[in-house]
Design a protein around this ligand. Structure first.
Ligand code: NCD
Length: 307
């Protein structure tokens, strides 16, 4: 039995197969309508979510399966003090696969160790968010036509942004990748990403404060929200929250074929005037998120691809 806790749980070849399956799903949706008939997905969400939870549910429903779950810690027995381990042992009796989001780093790993069904990490604190990364990879591959040989700018809260950590982890495995890490000093990537992921893999990267200067060299710009819920005090959040705002003026500095991605939700970091720019890819990204989750559910449940 396999879980998806970190993007590195899948080899580059396996991710490649998964993205190809997702792309086949995109183009032949009706063919997949019954491949998970009779299967159940449990969504265990201890933290707020719109896209991740609903795209998992939409994915399972589109495969013919059904869904059950909870959308806040308060509405589950966590509010009575139940451990994640006991909850997952219980859920293993009700469902065939589980997607879990939790504010504590490592919680999906703990759950997977006690689970008799595949566990998908749908975000563990400020640590990892592998299914957002699959979504990002599918978006980049579909729009830019490749995954290697590019300069990726990551901008905003690179310290607490789990989508950033997972994306860097996954992208360092492709050839000729260069990163421009755009953040205020307080929100730079954690040192384990800088040392154990970037430097250890001999990846070219630079850390800068200024978005305007970075714009012309980017093939992908990955914007992120400042993660208010992970700050220790509100004053710091207020000081940093609007440190980068992508607007039309900044987009003029970018390449004609640069794409803007954002895991969403957006707060102020992308002005709505950018939404109509053909390079704005963040709502397409939401759609790709459903196809990759369909492909992931099929893969973890070992469901055969229909002919
Ligand atoms: C992200 C998350 O939860 O980490 N959202 C998402 O799943 N698409 C990004 C965020 O909350 O800023």
């Amino acid at each position: 039995m396999r879980h998806m806790l970190n993007p590195l749980d899948f080899s580059v070849e396996e991710i490649d197969r998964l993205l190809s399956l997702a792309s086949d799903i995109e183009h032949n949706l009706p063919k997949y309508a019954h491949v998970c008939d009779g299967k159940k997905l449990a969504t265990l969400f201890y933290e707020p979510s719109t896209r991740t939870r609903l795209s998992f549910e939409s994915a399972m429903l589109s495969l013919g399966g059904s869904v059950l779950g909870f959308s806040s810690a308060n509405s589950s027995s966590a509010a009575k003090g139940e451990s994640v381990s006991d909850t997952i042992r219980t859920i293993s009796c009700y469902a065939d696969i589980a997607a879990m989001r939790h504010p504590k780093e490592g919680s999906a790993l703990v759950a997977s160790q006690m689970s008799s069904i595949p566990v998908i990490n749908a975000g563990d604190g400020g640590h990892q968010h592998p299914t957002q990364t699959l979504t990002d990879l599918m978006t980049i591959r579909s729009l830019a036509g490749r995954l290697g040989n590019m300069t990726i700018g990551l901008c905003g809260d690179l310290k607490f942004g789990r989508t950033v950590h997972s994306l860097i982890n996954a992208m360092v495995r492709y050839p000729d990748i260069r990163f421009v890490l755009i953040a205020p000093d307080e929100l730079r990537v954690p040192s384990y990403i800088r040392e154990d992921v970037l430097k250890a893999n001999h990846i070219r990267f630079k850390e800068v404060n200024n978005l305007d200067d970075a714009m012309p060299e980017l093939d992908i710009l990955y914007m992120t929200r400042v993660q208010r819920e992970r700050f220790f005090n509100e004053e710091d959040y207020i000081r940093l929250k609007d440190c980068y705002i992508l607007d039309k003026k900044k987009m003029k500095l970018a390449k004609e074929n640069m794409y803007v991605l954002h895991p969403l939700p957006r707060v102020n970091e992308i002005s709505t005037e950018v939404d109509s720019d053909p390079r704005a890819a963040y709502f397409k990204q939401v759609q790709y998120g459903v196809y990759v989750r369909m492909a992931l559910i099929m893969t973890l449940l070992e469901v055969e691809k229909p002919c």
